[in-house]
Design a protein around this ligand. Structure first.
Ligand SMILES: Nc1nc2c(ncn2[C@@H]2O[C@H](COP(=O)(O)OP(=O)(O)O)[C@@H](O)[C@H]2O)c(=O)[nH]1
Ligand SMILES: [Mg+2]
Length: 216
C-alpha cells in the first residue's frame, strides 16, 4: 500500500466550497450515508486514528474536511448524509454544498461512495450516483461492513448492485470492503493510486458493471 496515504494530515474544514484550497492538483472525495463507515474507511486507508477523529468530531461532520497527501494531492471528506432526524434546511444545505463541490471542482478526479453492504443503494445514494453520472464523474463504490455478510450474500449483493448500475454511463467500479477487518484495502488503494496518477496495476478484484467502463 502506498505510503502516500499514511502521510495524510488534516488541513482545514470548510463550511462552504469557497473556503477550499485553490482548485489545482488532484482531489479524490469520500462520501456516504451517516453510519456507513466513512470515518472507519478513512482511518483504515490512512492508518491514522487522528484523521478519523477529525471526521467524527461533532460540528465537523457537516463540514467538508480537507486532508493533504502531498503538494499535488488531497483527500476530501464530504459531509455524511441520510440522517433520519435532520431538519429539511440542513438536508438542503448538505445537498447544495455537495452538489456545488461535485459540479464545480475541476481538480475532483473521482468519488468514493461508502455504503453499508447490508442496505446499499438507498434513495440518497442513488440520487448522488445520478448526479455523478450527469457530471460524468468516476465513482468507486465501497460495499462496506462486508464482514457482516456470508460469502453467498456478499456475492449476491455485488451482483444486485452491479446490475442496478447497468444504465449509468460514467465510470463506476464496485468492491466489497470491511474497514473493521481490513478487507479490500489493496483494491481501494489501487483505485486511488490510479486517480492520483500514481503507477498502478489494474486490480482484477474489481467489478465493472458497464461494458463501456473507461470509455465514458
Ligand atoms: N462490522 C463492521 N462495522 C463497521 C465497519 N466499518 C464501520 N463500522 C461501524 O459502523 C459504525 C459507524 O462507523 P463510522 O466510521 O463512524 O461511520 P460514518 O458515520 O460513515 O463515518 C461504527 O460503530 C463502526 O465501528 C465494518 O467494516 N464492519
Ligand atoms: Mg463519520
Amino acid at each position: 500500500m502506498s505510503l502516500l496515504y499514511r502521510k495524510a494530515y488534516f488541513l482545514l474544514s470548510a463550511a462552504d466550497v469557497k473556503q477550499l484550497p485553490p482548485d489545482s492538483g488532484i482531489e479524490v472525495a469520500m462520501v456516504g450515508r451517516s453510519n456507513a463507515g466513512k470515518s472507519s474507511v478513512l482511518n483504515r486507508v490512512t492508518q491514522s486514528k487522528g484523521l478519523a477523529r477529525v471526521s467524527k468530531t461533532p460540528g465537523r461532520t457537516q463540514l467538508v474536511n480537507v486532508f493533504v497527501l502531498d503538494d499535488e494531492r488531497r483527500l476530501i471528506d464530504l459531509p455524511g448524509y441520510g440522517f433520519a432526524k435532520v431538519p429539511l434546511a440542513a438536508k438542503l444545505k448538505w445537498q447544495k454544498t455537495v452538489n456545488v463541490y461535485i459540479e464545480q471542482r475541476e481538480c475532483l478526479k473521482g468519488l468514493v461512495v461508502v455504503m453499508d453492504c447490508r442496505h446499499p443503494l438507498r434513495e440518497t445514494d442513488v440520487q448522488l450516483l445520478e448526479y455523478c453520472d450527469h457530471r460524468g464523474l468516476a465513482v468507486h463504490i465501497l460495499l462496506n461492513k462486508s464482514d457482516k455478510l456470508s460469502r453467498n450474500d456478499a456475492i449476491n449483493t455485488m451482483r444486485e448492485v452491479t446490475s442496478a448500475l447497468q444504465g449509468y454511463r460514467n465510470t463506476i467500479s464496485i468492491q466489497l470492503f470491511s474497514a473493521m477487518k481490513g478487507i479490500g484495502v489493496k483494491e481501494l488503494c489501487g483505485v486511488l493510486d490510479g486517480w492520483y496518477g500514481l503507477h498502478t496495476h489494474p486490480s482484477s478484484a474489481l467489478w465493472a458493471p458497464s461494458p463501456t467502463r473507461g470509455e465514458g
